[in-house]
Design a protein around this ligand. Structure first.
Ligand SMILES: *Cc1c(COP(=O)(O)O)cnc(C)c1O
Length: 383
């Protein structure tokens, strides 16, 4: 059989064939698909900013004054003052010397890692790190060591055994993990990077805008801005915009401008998006109640689930409910959908075998009343 047909058949038989389901519209914690309106528990619009009037206005104004596209890469004529203003804001927000914008988190991770590291170097990566990190390491040609999820002890054993054989080394982790909703032990990781002469890079895709007194992320929350060498994050999740950034020393940023292929060989973000990202940083500063409300509601949902004996995990706005069996998780998700809640089942190979789950991704718009309704449905199914 043809390779392509066979792959599709295999997936189909395992009930793991993926397909797209276009929405007519989505805003404020709801999504409208195939004539029905659902509570959307699978988006990353954590602070509800994608429909914020100020962000919409910033986008329209930028189109009016600067047009719809930047029409070239930054090193040609696609470099706008606006890009630099955003980079200055990010550097301040992240408390680092300098920052650089990327067109997406995927492009940032696949480009940055290989620009700095290559053959003869070692990269120590948490086993649950995002695909863009894994791909970045593969592209770099550096030797990959995967340590057990959030297990600094395991990492230290590896460092003890392997670090000496390599020239430069990087430890890389997410700060909030997307499938488990849990938090990396950053202090311990920073301690190890110092003792074993490595750099550390932290991906704050799910933490930016939510954690820390200023909402800049977990690195801020744990007061580690000086210690983390490379702080990466995205604009397309809590910030309601699009694109990504890296904050670091000015030397590293200048180096990336010269050597990072995913930065150099791609048309820069359009003015409307840069303006939205910029406005979003203002809103994060001015409306701290969004992140506070979100985290309060997350604590509420998680603790209610745990009180009734269900396996709810994590310590963020992402709450995985571990079901175990593949088919049961799938049925559970279907049942919630019938009741008007869209929460997707996450199955192997995305998560380990026997740990199929429903992943609830909360946003500011999911009020306690909405969550009460959801809990009733979950209890009804669990009986
Ligand atoms: C979403 C995500 C990315 C990719 O960011 P995009 O801007 O969507 O390409 C990278 N890392 C992590 C941890 C993510 O969750």
């Amino acid at each position: 059989m043809e390779r392509i047909e066979k792959s599709l058949m295999d997936r189909s038989e395992k009930r793991s064939l993926r397909s797209l389901s276009p929405a007519d519209r989505r805003a404020e914690g709801r999504i409208h698909i195939e004539g029905r309106d659902y509570v959307d528990l699978s988006s990353n619009d954590y602070l509800g900013l994608s429909s914020h009037p100020k962000l919409k206005e910033a986008s329209r104004d930028a189109v009016d004054s600067l047009g719809t596209s930047s029409c070239a890469s930054r090193l040609l004529s696609g470099d706008l003052k606006l890009h630099h203003e955003l980079e200055e804001e990010i550097a301040l927000f992240k408390n680092k010397e300098s920052a650089l914008i990327f067109n997406s988190g995927y492009q940032a991770n696949t480009g940055i890692i290989g620009a700095i590291y290559g053959r003869g170097d070692a990269i120590f990566s948490d086993r649950l790190n995002h695909a863009s990190i894994v791909d970045g390491i593969t592209l770099s040609g550096a030797k990959l060591f995967r340590f057990r999820h959030n297990d600094p002890g395991h990492l230290e054993n590896m460092l003890k055994k392997e670090r000496k054989r390599f020239k430069e080394a990087l430890i890389i982790t997410e700060s909030i993990f997307s499938m488990d909703g849990d938090r990396a032990p950053l202090k311990e990781l920073v301690d190890l990077k110092e003792r074993y002469n490595c750099r550390i890079m932290v991906d704050e895709a799910h933490a930016t805008g939510i954690f820390g007194a200023r909402g800049s992320g977990v690195v801020e929350d744990e007061n580690l801005e000086e210690d983390v060498d490379l702080i990466m994050g995205t604009f397309g999740k809590a910030l309601g915009g699009f694109g990504a950034y890296i904050a670091s020393t000015s030397d590293i940023i200048r180096y990336l401008v010269n050597f990072c292929r995913s930065f150099i060989y791609s048309t820069s973000l359009p003015p409307s998006i840069v303006a939205v990202n910029m406005e979003s940083l203002k809103v994060i500063k001015d409306e701290p109640w969004r992140r506070k409300g979100l985290l309060e509601n997350a604590v509420y949902l998680r603790s209610e689930l745990q009180k009734s004996g269900l396996k709810a995990r994590g310590s963020s706005q992402i709450i995985p409910l571990i079901i175990g069996d593949n088919e049961v998780a799938q049925d559970f998700s279907e049942r919630l959908k019938d009741a008007g809640y869209r929460a997707l089942p996450i199955r192997p190979p995305t998560v380990p075998e026997g740990e199929s789950r429903i992943r609830f991704s909360l946003t500011y718009n999911h009020t306690k009343d909405i969550l009460k309704g959801l809990l009733d449905e979950i209890y009804a199914f669990s009986k």
